[in-house]
Design a protein around this ligand. Sequence first.
Ligand code: NDP
Length: 339
Amino acid sequence: MFGLIGHLTSLEHAQSVARELGYPEYADQDLDFWCSAPPLIVDNITVTSVTGQKIEGQYVESCFLPEMLATRRIKAATRKILNAMAHAQKHDIHITALGGFSSIIFENFNLEQFRQVRNTTLEFERFTTGNTHTAYIISKQVEEAAKQVGINLSEATVAVCGATGDIGSAVCRWLDAKTDVKELLLIARNQERLQDLQAELGRGKIMVLEQALPEADIIVWVASMPKGVEINPAILKKPCLIIDGGYPKNLATKVQHPDICVLNGGIVEHSLDIDWKIMQIVNMDVPARQLFACFAESMLLEFEKLRTNFSWGRNQITVEKMSYIGQISLKHGFRPLLV
Ligand code: NDP
């Protein structure tokens, strides 16, 4: 059995979904109510691989909302993640992906030290961040979608916003090792971590966002922002490929311009329909087939009976692990979402 721990993108989103899913007692409630709401299993899932293998899974809604971070309700946010993990373990789920902000909260607030959740001792090998698969899929989206929009990587400047993050740093490693990309622009707030990444890669220009955007042919957004930012399309190069891998999206509104292509980042398409409700709820374009790459990672680990925390800790994703998860992703019928 695999599991997915997820959350919704805002209080407004959560209220409308609660109504749709038949939880009217959650629908009209404010943020304080969501802060105290327990985790819920809201979907039972069957996935069939193109190899013919079938696996079963469950979606655990943690009831975390990004507003909890924005309003500094940190205790509530951390409790949501630990409770959702304990809930998954109590339901005997073998391998569960920590979707969206779940793994970010786990790392940023050192939740590894809080192993005991009431009468459950968390077994961390039952969880994976899913970030290796996400980083692999975003890297492939850069390679393949660039071709689709006529950008040659050997002449291209790629700006990675969130470059020092778990996913961002892995994407930088892949682009450096596996492609002939001309220039990497590294964007984040903490300068020390940027310098460490630059030293590790032996390349890359450290830049602030406003400086980097007009220079980039491709922009990869993988910053952990609880709310998206607005960008003015007039300042961007034409053509420009934007891969928005954030959840919630890093861009507040869709950039509308014929020469600017915005792609949903970190999303895979499965070759066969998946029987579930949850991707409809997060407004996926083709909900029966499209899903977050991190969720797909727990499915892949279950298909391969690799019941271990394949992606764990921060900034430890190697190009070799990305290649490996990429191979099993293809084997079971997943492919990156393209233009
Ligand atoms: P991390 O917390 O590891 O990294 C976040 C990065 O963003 C860091 O480099 C951080 O650096 C930077 N950052 C944060 N805020 C800002 C800001 N305001 N301006 C510039 N840089 C910023 O996160 P992950 O790598 O785990 O996740 C990144 C994103 O990907 C998240 O939105 C997450 O929800 C999403 N995600 C998508 C998945 C999918 O399946 N599609 C799966 C998992 C995650 P600094 O703090 O120094 O600024």
